[in-house]
Ligand binder design. Structure first.
Ligand SMILES: [Zn+2]
Length: 561
């Protein structure tokens, strides 16, 4: 709670300071930055959004024709602006291989077999969902079930649910989220850390040699209902081909009521089990139940590309380091079996981010004077498949991750006019925050804190893929207050978008879109990036942050620069 209060005070200070600043803002920025910034054109962003969201791109699906066409077009823009290629073999591309995995609900089976009494046989989608992340066509499991509480090992919070117990070959049963707390020093209080996300839990279980992990779904703890789990795990799940990390044969979820029955069959009480997990002294409990499971999957290999380009830095030494701008170009593609309009055009999500990325590329490439460090641009694929294009980029960055000072990401920047608030959630966790503050002030914008830190939005956008390899990273976006309107107007526009266009075929280009917003955020990002690119030291994480470890590991392995 303390952290949020502090940010509110800072925002207030900024509002007061901004009121004193000259109108039009940004006059305190260096001339070279001003010049580059002035070349950013809202109408060029409009043209990109209109073009990339045209039906001819068929919704830019990953591994689909329209997605490939978009990648080619973005590369051609980079080239025409004079950027150098930063991809494989002197090209603008990184090719990324995937497996699409669809569980066959008829042939797959999940059974809990207690020592005594009837086995519990579950129904796919209603009771459970499961995915074989090893992308085998068939996996058979017959293993003990071990309850591991939250399934978290977080040394910085002095928390270890595993207590060194050998879990090789076992199936783990665990809770979503993290131990509840209002203490900002303990799992960041109410805010969700990466330890609370299901992705972490599956990764940790696999690292410990488990063959499966089953999460107990509880709506308030997951912050979304069972339908969301069922819909997102019921269809195809994609994984990176080139991922050498250990993987689970069975990564799944069960409904709360199923977990209750299961606990009872094992002679336990689920409420007590959940309460026990909130204690530091919790130890894994092997339940008197075996898991018998067959997972049959349809596996579809496919490939797609990230588009990467660069503007070289001006300093003979620092040009070997970089700052990075990212935006995903993929969207949900075309759904041939749906009646009516079945093209998911993705105008706002995320042709807007692409429009901003391209304007930034044009501005940096055309700048008379260049920043000291190199500036990288990446239009990434497969964001909608679970941040996979950016995950690949994080694993194969054009410049080693230890030498990338900052990643600024753009996703879904609403063209609603001139924003008065800047959202840069996660920036306060990095050493870049003072730069964000001064740039916000120069632009007459108040910094708007994350309204729902407990939902863990930080872990759901492409910048996170860079953060997990240690790069200070965050997205920048606008708050709901726009010039000439009250707060309620902006909030209503946002609600209307989420209800009627977000992830729907109706996310289309409209002539009444006002790209002032996107141009302003491009300028804000340019100013922040340029200053970080010129700083004497690489940016880092605040001491004790969950990503500081990854940064140190990257940098101590080979040393920065
Ligand atoms: Zn998006």
């Amino acid at each position: 709670m303390k952290r949020i209060a502090l940010i509110l005070v800072l925002s207030f200070t900024l509002i007061v300071a901004a009121q004193k600043a000259p109108r039009g803002g940004s006059s305190s920025l260096p001339a070279a930055v001003q010049q580059a910034m002035n070349s950013i054109d809202a109408e060029k962003i409009r043209a990109t959004v209109k073009y990339l969201s045209d039906d001819s791109f068929e919704g830019r699906g990953t591994g689909q024709k329209g997605g490939d066409k978009a990648a080619d077009w973005i590369a051609a823009q980079f080239k025409s602006y004079g950027l150098q290629p930063a991809g494989e073999k002197g090209t603008y591309f990184q090719s990324v291989g995937f497996y699409g995995i669809t569980t066959n609900p008829q042939e797959s089976q999940l059974q809990f077999v207690p020592q005594s009494g009837e086995p519990i046989t579950l129904k796919f989608a209603d009771d459970y969902v499961i995915t074989d992340l090893t992308h085998a066509e068939k996996s058979v499991i017959d293993a003990p079930l071990v309850y591991v509480g939250y399934g978290i090992h977080a040394p910085e919070y002095n928390w270890d649910d595993y207590k060194g117990v050998d879990l090789k070959g076992k199936v783990l049963l665990m809770l979503v989220n993290e131990p509840p707390s209002d203490d900002p020093k303990f799992f960041k209080g109410r805010a969700l850390t990466y330890y609370g996300r299901w992705t972490y839990k599956y990764e940790e279980a696999a690292r410990r040699g488990a063959v499966g992990a089953i999460l107990i779904h509880k709506t308030d703890m997951a912050s979304y209902p069972w339908e969301v789990v069922r819909n997102s795990w019921g269809g195809e799940t994609s994984v990176l081909k080139d991922d050498t990390n250990p993987k689970l044969k069975a990564a799944g979820w069960i409904q709360l009521e199923v977990a209750r029955r299961l606990a009872k069959a094992a002679g336990q009480d689920l409420d007590k089990m959940m309460k026990d997990a909130t204690s530091r002294d919790f130890k894994p409990v092997e339940l008197s139940v075996r898991v018998k499971q067959t997972v049959v999957s349809k596996v579809r290999p496919f490939s797609s590309r990230n588009v990467v380009a660069k503007v070289m830095g001006s300093d003979s030494r620092l040009k070997n380091q970089a700052i990075l701008y990212t935006a995903h170009y993929d969207h949900l593609g075309i759904h041939p079996n749906e009646p009516g309009d079945n093209i998911y055009n993705g105008a706002t999500d995320n042709a807007t981010g692409c429009g901003i990325l391209l304007e930034l590329a044009r501005a940096f490439a055309g700048a008379k004077q260049k920043p000291k460090r190199t500036v990288l641009f990446a239009a990434v694929t497969a964001e909608e498949q679970g941040l996979l294009g950016s995950k690949y980029l994080g694993m194969h960055p054009p410049v080693p991750a230890r030498n990338i000072s900052l990643d600024l990401n753009y996703d879904d920047v609403q063209p609603f006019g001139e924003p008065q608030q800047l959202v840069a959630s996660g920036s306060e966790r990095t050493t870049v925050y003072p730069v964000v503050e001064s740039v916000a002030q120069a632009f007459d914008m108040a910094i708007q804190p994350d309204d729902h830190p407990e939902a863990g939005h930080y872990y759901r956008s492409d910048h996170f893929s860079l953060a997990r390899v240690g790069v200070p990273a965050f997205s920048i976006n606008e708050g709901p207050l726009f010039k000439g309107h009250d707060l309620a107007w902006g909030e209503e526009k946002e609600r209307d978008y989420v209800a009627h266009r977000y992830h729907q075929p109706s996310d289309e280009y409209r002539p009444d879109m006002d790209f002032t917003a996107d141009a302003k955020l491009a300028k804000v990002g340019l100013a922040i990036g340029w200053e970080v690119a010129d700083q004497p030291q690489l940016a880092g994480w605040q001491p004790g942050d969950e990503f500081e470890k990854a940064r140190k590991a990257e940098q101590s392995a080979k040393g920065a620069l």
